[in-house]
Write a protein that binds this ligand. Structure first.
Ligand code: THU
Length: 141
């Protein structure tokens, strides 16, 4: 029997979802990034009484991974309790595209429904470091 290497990432996303702080929306989200060195780093959504201050699970995972020195990512698994898999919001798509324009984006529900896209498909014309006159970004930071 072969095991899917993404199962580990799915499991971490599910655990992160359980930690979500979402008392306002009631919509708990977990996300787990598969890094190039096979490390898995997870995050959850963290809401705030000052609503716009809240952060999505995907950017929470990205921040945690960057903090651990990761800069290259292969896939992200997003986990929710929704009926259908949900695609990441626009802000998260942009944040992920900074590091991994071709990231595999897998969205799964706790009921076991799953969809997969490439980030390039979800965000066809990202604003990238090379969009800036300075070209600063990944290799300079
Ligand atoms: N949320 C995420 O964490 N990821 C998404 O891709 C979409 C939305 C969060 C933000 C907020 O805490 C809650 O879900 C409802 O929008």
């Amino acid at each position: 029997m072969t095991t899917d290497p993404l199962d580990r990432v799915r499991a971490e996303a599910r655990k992160a979802m359980a930690q979500a702080y979402a008392p306002y929306s009631g919509f708990k989200v977990g996300a787990a990034l598969l890094c190039a060195d096979h490390t898995v780093v997870a995050g959850c959504n963290v809401e705030s009484a000052s609503y716009p201050v809240g952060i999505c699970a995907e950017r929470s995972a990205l921040g945690a991974a960057i903090t651990r020195g990761m800069r290259e990512f292969r896939a992200i698994v997003i986990m929710t309790d929704a009926v259908e898999p949900t695609a990441p919001c626009g802000m998260c798509r942009q944040a992920l595209a900074e590091f991994a324009p071709d990231l595999a984006v897998i969205s799964r529900t706790s009921g076991g429904r799953e969809m997969q896209w490439s980030l390039a498909e979800l965000l066809p014309r990202p604003f990238t470091p090379s969009s800036l006159p300075s070209g600063a970004g990944l290799n300079s930071a």
